[in-house]
Design a protein around this ligand. Structure first.
Ligand SMILES: *Cc1c(COP(=O)(O)O)cnc(C)c1O
Length: 452
């Protein structure tokens, strides 16, 4: 018998992604319908890819959040964060439920007005507000949240010129034990800037210091961070009452509550890791009631929650374009949607479900989008049943930020469909067309003709 030649052993890196003590999940369920409407029929009618939003889920999620706070505190108001999803039909569901509007630019401000939100129920946040936008907001009696001293002085000036006393709040940033600190927005608490800004506002006699605002981060996992933020804003509000003779009418705790998405690389699934909305409400309202205000002087609690109220209600339906083997043996599947539509794929491991029956065999695979761009990776490692060209996939919990941060890069933006509470579908944003994209372009005369 011939002796076999020795081959040196080699160690090969597993590309299967992060495992945890639960192992990788290999059980899948086909998701063939959303709110009773078949996925296949929606793709046939509205094309692929297509965003689908469940009105039922939005209303249920919103009412649950409102309940969590109103059962614990007497004065609560939500304000819909436009940048999270500013498709008008979506905004109006929140407004029908009683939500005010929270905007961070003049463009969003005008969108809120256009949707019928009264000016005095619009909160105007953000570092950039032009003079024309500030004048509009002052004339509409909106709640203007000041971001920096330049804006503060400009507002004093405008108040003088317009002979009005605008309602303002300052945005406060602070150390809540969560890092990096979002200290680029507003006035810092610890170094005394916030208190200084409040002093200047009151001393000017030109502005009504109505509220205090913070937005301490996004996808926050700590309820204690909010309690700390309430205590710090509460301290400022108490000092305003006792030293500036000014009763602060509202504390706006911003947004930042997490949705149930899995964070990339997280050890635990989100469902086992994130506190519930009730736990956040308990931390916030508990700290509020402890500030020391009498019942009649309790500030209104404003919440600008975005992500937590809309992520669950959004789905992206797509189709498999092709399968291939990468050079290292991994299976790769190419979808007709990528990071152009799923901006949140950069930090979430979105749950994906096949939309049709499948065999029990599964494989680790990379899910790519359709872009000619190497970073167009929807999931770098996912264990999925085998998918064939033409099969459909449902991506879950994509309602927040994707329909505002989507890119018109290589591909145009697709249809967005709303399923109402009766199970009827409505097109709420049409797929873009070449004409739409090009209507903003201008061709200089000397470039009009080409000859090849
Ligand atoms: C983005 C933003 C929100 C919403 O944040 P979420 O983390 O989505 O809840 C609220 N307020 C302000 C000022 C924001 O910039």
């Amino acid at each position: 018998m011939q002796k076999l030649r020795y081959e040196s052993p080699s160690i090969q890196k597993m590309n299967a992604g992060l495992m945890n003590k639960f192992g990788t999940r290999t059980e899948y369920e086909a998701v063939k319908q959303i709110d009773g409407v078949s996925v296949k029929s929606m793709i046939e009618k509205y094309g692929s890819p297509v965003f689908v939003i469940s009105e039922k889920t939005i209303r249920r999620t919103y009412r649950n959040a409102v309940r969590a706070f109103t059962t614990r505190y007497p004065k609560v108001q939500f304000a819909w964060s436009y940048k999270t999803n500013y498709i008008n039909a979506v905004c109006n569901i929140f407004h029908q439920e009683g939500s005010w509007g929270e905007v961070v630019s003049g463009f969003e401000y005008r969108k809120a007005l256009g949707n019928g939100v009264p000016g005095d129920k619009i909160i105007f946040n953000g570092p950039e507000k032009t003079e024309a936008e500030l004048i509009l907001a002052i004339n509409n009696d909106s709640l203007i949240h000041i971001d920096h001293f330049e804006e503060l002085y400009q507002l004093i000036d405008l108040a003088d010129t317009l002979n009005k006393k605008p309602r303002v709040a300052i945005r406060v940033n602070m150390d809540t034990g969560i890092y990096p600190m979002w200290d680029r927005f507003g006035f810092n608490y610890e170094n005394g800037q916030a208190w200084q800004a409040m002093n200047k506002i009151v001393a000017s006699g030109k502005l009504q210091l109505t509220g205090l605002h913070c937005h301490i981060g996004t996808f926050m996992l700590s309820t204690e961070a909010y309690a700390i933020a309430v205590r710090k804003l509460g301290d400022l509000a108490w000092n305003a009452k006792t030293q500036l003779n000014t009763l602060i009418k509202y504390l706006d705790m911003g947004g930042g509550l997490p949705s149930a998405n899995n964070l990339r690389g997280a050890y635990m699934p989100a469902a086992d890791m994130i506190p519930s909305i009730d736990e956040f409400a308990e931390a916030i309202t508990g700290a509020l009631l402890n500030i020391g205000f009498a019942n009649s002087e309790l500030p209104l609690l404003i919440l600008e929650s975005g992500r937590a109220l809309i992520d669950d209600a959004g789905y992206l339906l797509g189709t498999v374009i092709a399968n291939k083997r990468l050079s290292d043996g991994r299976k790769a599947t190419i979808m007709d949607f990528g990071v152009n539509l799923l901006f949140t794929a950069f930090w979430y491991e979105h749950k994906m479900s096949p939309a049709q029956d499948f065999t029990h065999h599964t494989e680790d695979m990379v899910l790519y989008g359709p872009l000619c761009m190497n970073i167009d990776v929807v999931r770098s490692s996912i264990n999925m049943p085998l998918l064939n060209r033409g099969d459909h996939v449902v991506v879950h919990k994509v309602g927040a930020y994707n329909m505002t941060q989507w890119m018109q890069f290589i591909q145009m933006r697709p249809n967005v469909v709303l399923i109402d509470e009766q199970g009827n579908t409505h097109l709420i944003r049409e797929a873009e067309t070449l004409e739409y994209i090009e209507q903003m372009e201008k061709m200089p005369a000397h470039l009009k003709t080409i000859e090849l």
